[in-house]
Design a protein around this ligand. Structure first.
Ligand SMILES: Nc1ncnc2c1ncn2[C@@H]1O[C@H](COP(=O)(O)OP(=O)(O)O)[C@@H](O)[C@H]1O
Ligand code: SF4
Ligand SMILES: [Mg+2]
Length: 363
């Protein structure tokens, strides 16, 4: 395995969920939710990637798939070149055991309360990963390490916090305990799924700063999921990272944080920016979309999935799925407008009157 392999590589990843049928619907085709469709993305060491997009666009599913918590229905997910699911299934020549991969890829949830055992004190909660992964560590060293980490995340005096139960902590403190628990595994990647959304606005910046400081000290990469573009911008820009914009299960634009904010290329990224109060231009008028409604992920539009709402849509967008076109190093957008000689430019505009939303082929 070469050392220039990305830490995580997603290759044309697809996650389709079959919806449970009701009692009287045993027959016929099951409904399939195309939560993630054809996403490719590399996550490097010490990287920060923020996934943004409207609720239901597949951020959580893609995040979980990139840390091996969700099995893709198509494509591959590799950790340092090792296919994660081959390792899990012990298929082929497994170079990195699944157990090692599981330890290296951690998650902190939106609601840390539900992921912390309410009947255990903080010390017990935080000792658990050390007991599991560092069996040779003495009880004294374990306690010492937990106290040091609590202090590092600003929970002082650490002895006091170590003796508390989760219900005796504020939301921000619970989130810090969840962060410490993930870090104690010595992970390569932490998925932070809306990890700061539940916090008071005043605590968000503090928590993001803390995560970035620890990211640096512990050489960890972060994949952060957020429905809020300004939070994503803060986190990705301060971490020297990228923003990935998702729409209906696809990654429509990815690039360095400030590029995405100041030089967005994909018409959907412009919509997100328009919809974010502290990023939108003062003189911004109507939303830059033809329709507000988000299509059903069970029956996504053909071609470019944004064509039913895109103000720039032309006939070609209905027919063909755009690839990821490179704009600059690290900056890509899936829109024909980035290709100067694409037939898009010759094809007629789509007007709302003639608009239909045929189902996507299996693109
Ligand atoms: N386990 C599941 N079974 C069926 N559908 C799911 C499951 N998880 C997510 N979905 C569906 O997949 C789509 C994407 O969901 P999700 O990844 O949670 O989006 P986001 O995090 O962007 O809000 C949604 O339509 C959601 O209802
Ligand atoms: S490919 Fe067409 S529909 Fe899609 S974003 Fe670009 S212009 Fe809009
Ligand atoms: Mg989510």
């Amino acid at each position: 395995m070469s050392s220039d392999e990305p830490l995580i590589s997603l290759e044309n990843v697809e996650v389709h969920f079959e919806e449970q049928k009701g009692m009287f619907e045993f027959f016929g085709e099951p409904d399939v939710v195309r939560a993630v469709d054809g996403v490719s993305l590399d996550i490097e060491e010490n990287d920060v990637v923020c996934l943004v997009g409207e609720s239901g666009c597949g951020k959580t599913t893609l995040g979980k798939t990139s840390i091996g918590l969700q099995r893709p229905t198509g494509g591959r997910v590799k950790y340092k070149g090792q296919d994660i699911w081959d390792a899990k299934d012990k298929k082929g020549n497994v170079e990195i055991p699944y157990k090692e991969i599981r330890r290296s890829l951690q998650i902190i949830h939106q609601d840390p309360g539900s992921s912390l055992n309410p009947n255990r004190r903080v010390m017990k909660i935080l000792e658990a990963p050390l007991r599991r992964w560092h069996k040779q560590m003495s009880a004294g060293d374990r306690r010492e390490q937990v106290l040091t980490m609590l202090e590092r995340v600003g929970m002082t005096p650490p002895d006091d916090y170590a003796g508390r139960y989760p219900h005796q902590l504020s939301g921000g403190e619970k989130q810090r305990v969840a962060l410490v628990r993930a870090l104690l595994m010595d992970p390569d990647v932490i998925l932070a799924d809306e990890a700061i959304s539940a916090l008071d606005v005043s605590l968000r910046v503090e928590m993001m700063d803390l995560m970035l400081e620890l990211q640096d000290q512990f050489d960890t990469s972060f994949v952060a999921v957020s429905h809020d573009l300004s939070n994503a911008r803060y986190f990705a820009a301060h971490g020297g990272g990228r923003i990935g914009v998702m729409y209906l299960g696809q990654l429509v634009e990815v690039g360095p944080a400030e590029e995405i904010i100041n030089n967005p290329k994909h018409p959907y990224t412009k919509v997100l920016r328009w919809a974010t109060p502290n990023l939108k231009d003062e003189e911004a008028g109507e939303p830059p979309v033809r329709k507000i409604d988000i299509p059903d992920p069970k029956n996504p539009p053909s071609g470019c999935r944004f064509h039913t709402r895109c103000p720039e849509a032309r006939e070609a967008c209905r027919q063909e799925k755009p690839a990821q076109y490179e704009i600059d190093d690290d900056h890509k957008a899936a829109c024909f407008r980035e290709v100067s000689d694409h037939e898009y430019w010759e094809s007629p505009e789509i007007t709302d009157e003639e608009e239909t939303t045929p189902a996507a082929s299996s693109d």
